[in-house]
Design a protein around this ligand. Sequence first.
Ligand code: NAP
Length: 344
Amino acid sequence: MTIRVGVIGTGAIGREHIDRIENILSGGEVKAVTDVNQESAYKAVEDYNLDAVVYPDDVALVGDSNIDAVFVTSWGPAHEQSVLLAIEAGKYVFCEKPLATTAEGCMRIVEAEQKHGKRLVQVGFMRRYDEGYVQLKAALDNNDIGAPLMIRCSHRNPEVDENYKTNMAVTETLIHEIDALHWLINDNYQSVRVDFPRKTKHSHDELQDPQVFTFKTRGGVLINAEVFVNCKYGYDIQCEVMGEEGIANLPEVASVVVRKESKLSSNILNDWKVRFMDAYNKELQNFFDSLEKEGQPQGPTSWDGYIAAVTADACLQAQETGEEVEINLQDTPDFYKNGAAVRN
Ligand code: NAP
């Protein structure tokens, strides 16, 4: 079975996903595209030699009866409308983060999906498909280190441009930890506080860098998550989970270790796209495979999108107030509990 895909948003990640679907993965084919910038949509058709219709907007694209699944890769504020249209039309959806820019928006999607009666939506949290995270999760689920007590993790980029402001440390960067960490330990967040260490000279007026977020979970785990987006030395994702019986670390990215001139060295990546290339491929392959085998997506749910939105809002409030902020998540509906093993 080939899933016929319509892509809403042919910017950077939209084009990358089109390339994956057409040239790397199996089980999907791009049959329609749209973008507010119509030139960009036509260019995608030309560049990837697509046999696809260019639509003026998401309403027209979703209305195409030849489309089975909608990829929402436009800018964040446009996601909610496109996802709701797709659910209403009973189409599968792969939505890049954020699912919606507000918790209320995510909840509207959650309600629409439940009303539809079957899972349709997968959110683009690709960390869950990274081989290192998969191994780390397996070790924790297997109780290899006993109950988790603490997590220390870092998200470091070599640099960011001038448009990157303090709040984007949450919405563009930490958001991936926010999703990955509660999934890793099958727990939910309870509160968050932010500390700002001395600011690096490589930052600018509107960016506090680095930042350290301290989460407490309902299960009592303390999480220390550092975001440092002008670290200079490379793109580096670290995660260490301390348990009652031992410690488990996210594996380092494989790189040749060289002994030369009295030095031991190996390379550190510079680019997040390269770091998570395999994860993106696996995430989308899993989306297509799940639709074929299970008739619904198996990856991060609309509820995970909701958790990310509520938690991100609390992080933003903590940045502004300097206070510890409660993360008030509603109880997980039964609809989303299957396989999620979330402690309420
Ligand atoms: P981008 O390059 O700016 O692309 C977004 C595209 O969507 C642009 O072509 C934009 O047109 C278009 N667009 C805006 N509003 C639209 C609408 N209402 N209908 C149709 N198209 C619309 O951004 P990007 O980097 O690809 O990011 C897209 C989304 O993916 C964002 O939500 C981002 O957070 C997410 N993302 C996720 C990851 C990940 O690691 N999972 C990585 C990168 C991006 P204009 O340029 O004319 O505004």
